[in-house]
Design a binder for this molecule. Sequence first.
Ligand SMILES: [Cu+2]
Length: 118
Amino acid sequence: MSKVSPAAASWSIRAVRRATLALLVVVATGAASAQAATHTITIAGMTFDPATVRLAPGDRVVWLNRDLVPHTASARDGSFESGRIDPGQQWSLVFAAAGAIDYVCAYHPAMQGRLEVQ
Ligand SMILES: [Cu+2]
């Protein structure tokens, strides 16, 4: 007999649902591990902290100004320019391409930072 009993059919539907759910969990986990990260650089005491940030292509970098005066994040090669970031404000950018970028504060050139996208 090749006829499937209702109980067996019901069991196999549950098994398929369970397998589908397991597959979805695997896909979601894979997506999460490949998800872009956010790196926050705090500006305080006239410094970028951390001064050097290593990130992966697609990651976002946030500059958060916790200082008492405005600052900028200005790439030496001109590839990005935050403009004025007032105290308490932030600015962010996603870096798609690999490479190293040195940046400074346009108002206080002694303030220096570096991004290493790899
Ligand atoms: Cu500054």
